[in-house]
Unconditional design. Structure first.
Length: 296
């Protein structure tokens, strides 16, 4: 029965078989682990915690069970259980009672892994929670500043400053960001002109990314493994595109609009507004693409 369940790709279909097996042997660690695993991917956190904890108790060497226990406990905000799980997994966690909020370094995570699978970077504040640092595409449903719950098993890797980092699939939104995501479409003369805009946004402390040039679309093999070069990427790029789309993350859209409009009016790049054709019409579009928490 266990072999039959393990052979199924459909976790939902496997669950009744695991439950029947558990009825025959209630203290089978692997069965508890598999049921906890199925419930983890279903988002049934209480059931996942119950079975993962039991698997952890029955098999102290089952590191995956410890991790699944920690993931489920974190999702439920059961911090004593989460701390217990991380101790069982051999992780060094600072003493405390409430949420774990430490600096575990940067890591890439994959949003919506069963759909488009956009990979973004963020700061890991505990073993399975990350504060999203990039500005995801609005279609992802995620924002910069979102706290996300991610899986414990890596799927692929990304490079940053010569170092490889494992990519973890996001399981759920843990805490939404207060910032909204805005899109700005602008007309630029050259790279220096675009840099003038991004420099002004940075000076105003408005988080931004140039989606037109800074986002790389990967094939599934690259996304879930190590990105490699494709033939098309070796081809020379066409001339400078006069239009760029920027993503902005802010709770103060008025401030962002002021920066964009001032840059748009500075048609000659010398810091002073200029009248006539081409002045002030370089901001083609500025709109909210995904509202933050608390925005009606």
């Amino acid at each position: 029965m266990l072999d039959e369940a393990a052979a199924l790709d459909d976790l939902e279909a496997a669950l009744p078989l695991y439950e029947r097996a558990l009825a025959l042997d209630p203290d089978h660690a692997t069965t508890h682990y598999n049921i906890g695993l199925v419930h983890k991917y279903r988002g049934a956190w209480a059931e996942s915690l119950r079975h993962s904890r039991r698997a952890s108790e029955l098999d102290a060497d089952n590191e995956a069970a410890h991790w699944n226990m920690g993931i489920a406990a974190t999702a439920l905000r059961d911090w004593p259980a989460a701390r217990d799980a991380w101790r069982r997994a051999g992780l060094q966690i600072a003493a405390g009672q409430g949420p774990i909020e430490e600096d575990f370094g940067i890591t890439p995570v994959r949003l919506n892994p069963d759909d488009q699978g956009e990979v973004v970077w963020g700061l890991r504040i505990d073993p399975v929670r990350v504060v999203v640092g990039n500005i995801p595409y609005p279609a992802s449903g995620f924002r910069a500043g979102d706290v996300v719950l991610h899986d414990g098993a890596p799927t692929g890797e990304r490079q940053h400053q010569g170092r490889s980092y494992p990519v973890f699939n996001v399981l759920a939104l843990f805490e939404p960001s207060a910032n909204s995501t805005y899109e700005a479409e602008v007309r630029t003369r050259d790279a220096a002109d675009l840099e003038a805009l991004t420099t002004a946004l940075a000076a105003a402390r408005i988080a931004h990314e140039v989606w037109t040039t800074n986002v790389r679309v990967l094939c599934q093999q690259c996304s879930e493994g190590t990105p490699h070069e494709h033939d098309a990427e070796r081809d020379p790029q066409p001339g400078w595109p006069d239009r760029h789309v920027l993503g902005l993350s802010t709770a103060s859209p008025e401030a962002a609009r002021r920066v964009l409009e001032h840059w748009s009016a500075d048609a000659d790049g010398r810091g002073a507004p200029r009248a006539g054709k081409g002045a002030g019409d370089r901001l083609l579009r500025f709109e909210c693409a995904l509202a933050g928490a608390g925005v009606p």
